[in-house]
Design a protein around this ligand. Structure first.
Ligand code: NIG
Ligand code: FE
Length: 390
């Protein structure tokens, strides 16, 4: 692969605090960057840049690391826009809506599901996402969960087995048997295609004991836990996530002081999903409390057909700034470096020598415009693993 010098960068966010302004974003101005063999080979002052095989002028635009969207549910069929419309006129969001998507997903062909994921992944890519986690969770049989994960695997290595998304109708009277299925044959069928295991620990889904059992079973076959925690109300999800050493507790909308302390002590990443609160018209998580306690905060889309059908990380950044009082710098870091920590990836989410060349050129002079100009398509070009993909 020919090396490329990307020069004329008005503002470069490296997420490397040892360079530039020494802030967490490691900001450089009037900068350049060399991409070689899929990686960043050099970063620094434009005037000091080495030669490369080809050169691209960013024309003073800002360059940021590609977004790391560490939480999405893209393998589904059907449409729940009517449920959204009902919510906007006063109906509450409940976990039960998931079953509507389960029925449609089970009935869909592999081709339909694969095309749907491909469309959403392309949509994400156009909005600057270069690393994506994708969960199963709308199949809820051994066959349908492993099928969803095999499809997701065609698009990313960051696949998550979420057989414990909700108890399907056919097991409504026998939850214990469903947990046996999730920890037995369904896990066995899903494991070859999954890297992570997740549980929706919430009233109306799975309780703390069930969540522990399921996450432990997954961990025993090599899947690392992550948890849907404290989304719809206070509950044990965050504590379970900390107990089992999950990579991330996601949602974190209803936390007690003890939950915040547990996250801070354990190092479990709190992944906030502000698109969900926006799309369900619910109170936002208290990002400031988490940050003040020293918790690592990530931002992700949670793109799914029910609680939040946006694929846009720039929207999530704008919501985090405007609705959760995160600074533009905190929000951008959480959507890039924070997402990488939530997925325990060390080559993405930053732009320094040795990092994966995953970057976004913004049609703006500064990353601050992501929040300052909400809803505006600011993504100009996107490079993933050293190749221009948008
Ligand atoms: O993360 N909370 C559970 N799962 C999804 C919602 C899924 C759905 O409504 O279909 C979420 O919000
Ligand atoms: Fe989710």
């Amino acid at each position: 692969m020919a090396s490329v010098l990307l020069t004329g960068i008005g503002e470069l966010v490296t997420n490397d605090p040892t360079v530039g302004d020494r802030s967490r974003l490691g900001l450089l101005t009037d900068a350049a960057l060399v991409v070689d063999d899929g990686h960043v080979a050099w970063v620094g002052d434009r005037v000091a840049a080495p030669e490369a095989d080809t050169s691209v002028d960013a024309g003073g635009r800002a360059v940021i690391p590609g977004f790391v969207d560490s939480h999405s549910h893209l393998v589904f069929a059907g449409d729940r826009s009517a449920e959204f419309a009902a919510r906007m006129t006063g109906e509450p969001y409940t976990a039960g809506g998931i079953r509507t998507t389960v029925a449609a997903t089970r009935a869909a062909t592999d081709e339909t599901l694969t095309a749907g994921v491909g469309r959403l992944v392309a949509e994400m890519s156009r909005q600057g996402t270069t690393t994506i986690e994708i969960k199963s969770g709308y199949g809820l049989t051994a066959h349908d969960e492993s099928r969803a994960l095999a499809i997701a695997r065609q698009f990313t290595d960051e696949t998550t087995y979420l057989g414990a998304h909700v108890v399907p109708s056919e097991y409504a009277d026998d939850v214990a048997s469903y947990v046996e299925l999730v920890t037995g044959p369904m896990l066995e069928a899903s494991r070859p295609y999954a890297h992570w295991i997740d549980v929706f620990c919430e009233d109306g889904a799975f309780d703390a004991d069930q969540a522990r059992t399921i996450l432990t079973a997954g961990a025993s076959v090599g899947l690392t836990p992550r948890v849907h925690a404290n989304q719809l109300g206070p509950g044990p999800g965050v504590q379970v996530a900390c107990e089992v050493g999950a990579a991330s507790a996601d949602h974190c909308t209803h936390l007690t002081d003890a939950d915040v302390a547990a996250l801070a002590d354990s190092g479990v990443v709190a992944t906030l999903l502000p698109g969900v609160e926006f799309s369900t018209r619910s109170p936002y998580p208290d990002a400031r409390q988490l940050l003040a306690a020293g918790v690592t905060v990530a931002l992700a889309s949670d793109c799914n057909p029910g609680s939040c059908y946006t694929s846009s990380m720039p929207l999530c950044v704008a919501l985090a700034v405007r609705e959760m009082q995160m600074s533009p710098a905190e929000a951008l870091w959480s959507a890039t470096g924070g997402g990488a920590l939530a997925l325990r990836l060390d080559k993405v989410g930053w732009l320094g020598v040795g990092a994966s060349a995953d970057l976004v050129v913004l049609d703006a002079p500064s990353y601050i415009h992501l929040a300052y100009r909400p809803g505006v398509p600011l993504v100009s070009t996107v490079w993933r693993r050293g190749r221009q993909v948008v």
